[in-house]
Design a protein around this ligand. Structure first.
Ligand SMILES: Nc1ncnc2c1ncn2[C@@H]1O[C@H](COP(=O)(O)OP(=O)(O)OP(=O)(O)O)[C@@H](O)[C@H]1O
Ligand SMILES: [Mg+2]
Length: 395
């Protein structure tokens, strides 16, 4: 039986080409098609088994198409807009706090500027309660981070060290809705984990460096226990919200793991950011797609919050219980069995491809599309080196 996978894309060209190429080489029963945007009849039957969405977070016509094919036709989506439209960073903080995770203290402050709505003046004059921003900041304690409640791409994020910076950040927030969050000061490690279905890669992240060196190739920057905790937290949040392709950020200080950013509907998987980890990401995306299409895994747009909220015990006991619930949701064991039985050839196919000329063309195209001409040679050499290391480590 043929399976059809749809890619709903914006401007990316690197990972879609990789995904199409791996499918073509290793999965002959699969066709991959880029979804086009056109009028759709709500009663039309979609042809896709799985759709990977990278567009609906800003383009609402295909977003509504995704919601129709999820609601009416059970098409499997990575990710479902049902779970991302109302469940963004703020909601993830709320869930994680209730689940007992170590989210830094966070306050949501009202808009700085009036909303563009005819009813605003009357409503705010009547119901907006005056508040003392300095008192809130002092209660949480400096340093703080002011950042939008939904987040994304560092837009409007600032570090706030004193009252002057606080007022400047709030004044500049304008029409953005802002969280004021206690900064995890002097953290030991920043772990950014990318999760695709039942797989997670925890990477050592350096937000202060330029894009191409933010992820360092480092497999022992966390103790095994802390590494497991980071994986568990990511899997928990993803299972809780039904997010299946998501990146998560935690700051590690001592043995404490503090989640700070856990809702990215369209996580960065660019070849020029992930480099060494790019082949892993592509394999995981192919495997999870095939697993969902072939096992008839049913998409869920409802949440099972009650079973998570019912968990009691110490922090460690709760994490263990959450891990079980999350692994149940992702069918982790069945997924790994499926990969071992049905997709064992994939590793070699991807290794051959990454070591060959067609991948090198992809790499050169990605670099020329990302960097100015005078930097091409330098970055081609840089990324070739990292991918050659991946080939060596995986041979
Ligand atoms: N509580 C915190 N303590 C310390 N640093 C923080 C905190 N919150 C945010 N930061 C810093 O600010 C950066 C951006 O914050 P955050 O990830 O929440 O925003 P974002 O817009 O979702 O970013 P992106 O989408 O690029 O991941 C983080 O990568 C981190 O370096
Ligand atoms: Mg972030």
């Amino acid at each position: 039986m043929k399976h059809l996978v749809g890619l709903l894309l914006g401007t990316e060209e690197d990972w879609p080409v990789a995904f199409e190429e791996i499918m073509r080489r290793a999965m002959p029963a699969y066709e991959v098609e880029r979804v086009t945007i056109e009028p759709f009849d709500l009663r039309d039957e979609p042809r896709y088994d799985v759709v990977i969405d990278r567009l609906a977070y800003w383009y609402y016509h295909p977003r509504e198409w995704l919601k129709k094919i999820a609601m009416m036709d059970d098409v499997y989506l990575l990710n479902s807009p049902f779970t991302f439209q109302s469940m963004e960073k703020h909601t993830a903080y709320c869930a994680m706090m209730r689940l007992g995770l170590k989210v830094p203290d966070t306050v949501l402050v009202p808009y700085k500027n009036p909303l563009d709505n005819a009813r605003y003046a009357y409503t705010s004059a009547r119901y907006n309660k005056a508040f003392d921003l300095d008192a809130i900041a002092e209660r949480i304690g400096y340093p703080l981070v002011m950042k939008p409640y939904d987040g994304g791409a560092w837009r409007g994020v600032s570090l706030v060290r004193d009252a002057d910076e606080l007022h400047r950040a709030y004044d500049e927030s304008g029409e953005m809705l802002m969280h004021l969050q206690k900064a995890v000061d002097g953290y030991d490690a920043f772990a950014r984990s990318l999760s695709i279905g039942a797989e997670t890669m925890v990477m050592n992240f350096h937000p202060e460096l330029p894009m191409h060196s933010r992820y360092s190739v480092d497999h022992s920057f966390l103790s095994p226990e802390v590494g497991e905790e980071v994986v568990t937290i990511g899997r928990l949040v993803n299972a809780f919200f039904r997010w299946e392709f998501n990146s998560c950020e935690t700051l590690i200080k001592g043995t404490d793991v503090h989640p700070i950013d856990y809702a990215n509907a369209c996580p960065d998987v660019a070849l020029t950011s992930l480099h060494y980890y790019f082949p892993w990401a592509m394999k995981a995306l192919v495997k999870w797609t095939v697993f969902c299409a072939e096992t008839g895994r049913k998409p869920r747009i409802d949440l099972g919050t009650r079973e998570y909220f019912a968990v009691e015990g110490t922090y460690a006991e709760r994490l263990a219980a959450y891990r079980t619930l999350a692994d149940d949701y992702f069918e982790t064991e069945r997924y790994h069995e499926f990969c071992a039985e049905r997709l064992a050839h994939l590793d070699e196919a991807v290794l051959d491809w990454v070591a060959g000329p067609s991948f090198d063309r992809l790499l050169m195209n990605a670099v020329t599309a990302t960097y100015p001409a005078h930097e091409h040679d330098r970055f081609i050499a840089h990324f070739r080196g990292l991918l050659a290391l991946w080939v060596k480590d995986n041979s």
